[in-house]
Design a protein around this ligand. Sequence first.
Ligand code: SF4
Ligand code: SF4
Length: 109
Amino acid sequence: MSLLSWRERLTIPTYDNEEYATTGRLFIDHELCNGCGVCAQICPGKAIEIRGEGREKKAYLEEVFPQCMSCNDCAAICERDAVTAAVAYDFGYYFKKLNRGEFRKPVPY
Ligand code: SF4
Ligand code: SF4
């Protein structure tokens, strides 16, 4: 049996819509960032690098070819609210794993 109704299925974002597919438009506030590196670890595009040492250790969006797809995972997981993405996803939506199983609600962090 399906976990989602047809109405809920219609609310699933369309990933080929440019509004949801902007890349590399991410602001990291280095006043707030402490360089913990969690965002870099979970970034599916490996688009975040941690540079510097000690107090100067900060997260940076990779500059040469940022493979950021604005998934907002980094903004969601940063405990210091240091990341702002240009396109803010509504995390109340449902997500699907491509061609793998049923639609499911995102799990809370
Ligand atoms: S999770 Fe937040 S505080 Fe940690 S490195 Fe990333 S932006 Fe900085
Ligand atoms: S929005 Fe997603 S893809 Fe872009 S830097 Fe953050 S975690 Fe990586």
